[in-house]
Ligand binder design. Structure first.
Ligand code: TYD
Length: 208
């Protein structure tokens, strides 16, 4: 979103890759620089979108068809964009979001049948914006999956699709990074959190 004052940054990656920790650390670093970031997440990030989140992350893994999921995630994203992201950017604040549209491109668009076209069409007509910078935390799904399920948060619907699904997700994110090298940066996330945070700061620094 080049026309705003604030910087719009998304963090992406497979389940348990440490995005939430890194999003928090990035926001803290911004604050230490005197910036005033909005730290947010998807699905969710606004009251209506958080209601939709519960429909998506809880319950039976096969509760929704991929097509229905695309619509629900996009509905949540539209609310997030209207209620949280746009107002913050307009006010000159940075937005750091834990997931955005790339999650739909990969989770719904590239893993269970080739629905990428539908994802792209719905995105173009109802969302139509991309982050200025996307940090993709890349790591071995065998490691991240054990972390994710160990949390036992009750929000494990996607983790429960298992290792081959997470491997397909990893490839999907790697392909996105290769296709959009200006916006998307792969970050090696198989290291202790402080090292990963330093890798992230190195990339973000170039955009400040
Ligand atoms: P998230 O809260 O980021 O979970 P985690 O911290 O485990 O990564 O996201 C919840 C789940 O929703 C996660 O498994 C990824 C999935 N998801 C999609 O399938 N499509 C989407 O568009 C988004 C935003 C998330």
């Amino acid at each position: 979103m080049a026309t705003n004052n604030g910087l719009f940054i998304s963090l992406e990656g497979i389940d348990g890759s440490g995005k939430s920790t890194q999003a928090r650390q990035l926001a803290e670093w911004f604050r230490s620089l005197g910036r005033d970031p909005v730290l947010t997440r998807e699905p969710g990030g606004a009251p209506g979108a958080e209601d939709i989140r519960r429909l998506l992350v809880e319950g039976d893994p096969n509760r929704w068809s991929p097509e229905t999921e695309i619509l629900l995630f996009t509905a949540a994203r539209r609310d997030h964009l209207e209620s949280t992201i746009r107002p913050a950017l307009k006010a000159g604040r940075d937005v750091i979001t834990d997931r955005f549209a790339d999650s739909t491109r990969v989770y719904q668009g590239a893993t269970r049948g080739d629905l990428r076209n539908i994802v792209d069409q719905i995105h173009a007509t109802t969302i139509g914006v991309e982050p200025d910078l996307t940090l993709i935390l890349d790591m071995d799904p065998a490691i991240s999956l054990s972390r994710g399920l160990a949390r036992g948060s009750g929000e494990d619907r996607f983790e429960e699709f298992g290792l081959p699904f997470q491997q397909a997700l990893r490839r999907g994110f790697q392909d996105l990074a290769a296709a959009e090298p200006e916006r998307c940066h792969l970050i090696d996330a198989d290291a202790d959190p402080d090292r990963v945070a330093a890798r992230i700061r190195d990339v973000v620094q170039t955009r400040l």
